[in-house]
Design a protein around this ligand. Sequence first.
Ligand code: FRU
Length: 403
Amino acid sequence: MARILGIGNVVLDTQLFVNTFPIEDSEQRAEKRLFAIGGNVANNLQVLQQLGHDCALCATLATDNAAKRLKNALEARQIDLSHIQRFIQGSTPTSYVQINNQNGSRTIVHFRDLPEVDFDHFAKIEIEAFDWLHFEGRNLEALSGMLNIAKTFLSHQPISIELEKPRDGLESLLTQVNVIFTGFAYAQASGFQTATDLIDHLQSCAPQATIICSWGSEGAWYAAPGAMPCHQATQALPKPVDTLGAGDTFIAATVDALIAQKPLAEAVSAGNQLARRKCQQLGLDNLLDPLVTRKPIANIKHITNSRATVVPAPGLQHKVVLIKHDNEVKAYLNNCPHQDVPLDEAYKIDINPFEMTMKCSVHDAFFRIEDGVCVEGPCWREELTPVDLEIDPETGAIYIAEQ
Ligand code: FRU
């Protein structure tokens, strides 16, 4: 187990799952909406924590609702938030992500109006207490100073950096780091056709560094200091479910293997494997669980129209509420859009058979059973997230539908 400090961004991701990628100036309904922790370094740490490390996040948060949600979600995942810098003005960074159900691709629009971590804040952290520091290659105003003090005060702890997008002055700081993570997007934006061309270039900026360049479904290239680039392929994935955060997972699993002193080729292969595993599931939670074999979540015999049945659903981020409506079983994530809490957090979910609504026990939001729309209460017009089911006609077993 290592203590790892990640310095970068944490953002609230709003993920919309769509069946076809939208055409400009068109309309469509999303199949599902999820809120999740995002931001590269926050994602790295969520995975490293699952891999058994103690992780602390150095990033900025505002004091808005998004910040509250993120704080709760990060604490629930045991990420140490004592090095977060808070700002009273501005809003917590948010990203709006469209995930295409056909191929798991993710298209992201960011909204940012919060300053990033400043040098003075970072300088107060006792960085010697950590075994590994990982930086996002951003925040150029403060990054140079941060890397300087890290290099000055750390004796044996590796410093890694992720280069996701080229930024003015970034490459001149690379002499300060031990490991550089980069990838396809950086190569493309800097005009390199191949991973080996990019590695050659980065070796000239940072001859002391190990360079690891991930290339999506083609795996990754890597080079130890002064060595020629090598390649680790990854197995093709017929139908990715969700690729958001796959690159972040790759970095986390590679860092984990490097901490365990595995040879570089093995570390990169561990990165590839966990990134591939991530693409087979929604979100980053429970990444180390074996892939869920299909098990029924309930049986139709036990579902009525007078009572909401709440059942765990492996692979989903919340439990599922099941209820009969017009001889059909309706299913929604057990998560009130008002405050991101389970509908049965305070009491059971009350059903009104005349209005055909069900009530969130926390703040009395009434949702239409038919389509999950809130018809009265604090999140009026917002919707519960529907869950697609498959029901075995012979046994009545209810399954979460295959993506
Ligand atoms: C994925 C991700 C998302 C976030 C965005 C931030 O790598 O971290 O979670 O929206 O990238 O750049």
